[in-house]
Ligand binder design. Structure first.
Ligand code: ZN
Length: 187
């Protein structure tokens, strides 16, 4: 994979009118290949290994929320980054997951070519499958460089997407509780 991406990057540099043999670019194909290996890690990640032994039975029925999880992903239409914050909440039904595992799940689905809508849904669905909770809510706020860099002149706009499952979908009250917590000022 690395060798092929190196070759493709060299070709791309030539196509855009660059000289891949000049000093500043000589190592660029190698760096780009390594970067893409990282950006695409999510395709080969194994969720079972990641959540491994971090799901517990716990007598907890209150909403659990992890907010402001940073995410970085690549827009599948332009292969340019989009990034921002992700907020995840769920209402447990006996099972809970180690708090640190939720950002790991966000990473698994972010490190691939994505659209923000699908990414949001995949995170919600994964938590639903792992924990069978009463409900799950995921809200993502993302800045899309493909919008910001290509002259659309929307420098300060960001896209908000959400996925609400179970009780978060059925109950306006549950949804409102989640949305109010994630929009509170941070301490
Ligand atoms: Zn795009």
């Amino acid at each position: 994979m690395i060798e092929n991406i190196k070759g493709l990057t060299k070709q791309l540099l030539e196509e855009i009118g660059e000289d891949p043999s000049r000093d500043g670019l000589i190592k660029t194909p190698d760096r780009v290949a390594k970067a893409w290996k990282f950006f695409s890690q999510g395709y080969s990640a194994n969720l079972d290994d990641i959540v491994n032994e971090a799901i517990f039975e716990e007598d907890c029925s209150e909403m659990i929320i992890i907010r402001d999880i940073e995410f970085f992903s690549m827009c599948e239409h332009h292969m340019i980054p989009f990034f921002g914050r992700c907020h995840v909440g769920y209402l447990p039904n006996k099972m809970i997951i180690g708090l640190s595992k939720i950002p790991r799940i966000v990473d698994v689905f972010s490190r691939r070519l994505q659209i923000q809508e699908r990414l949001t849904g995949q995170i919600a669905k994964t938590i639903e499958e792992l924990l069978d909770p009463v409900g799950v809510g995921v809200v993502m706020e993302g800045r899309h460089l493909c919008m910001q860099m290509r002259g659309v002149e929307k420098q300060n706009s960001f896209a908000t997407t959400s996925a609400m499952l179970g009780q978060f979908r059925k109950s306006a009250e549950t949804r409102a509780e989640f949305l109010s917590i994630i929009s509170k000022e941070k301490f």
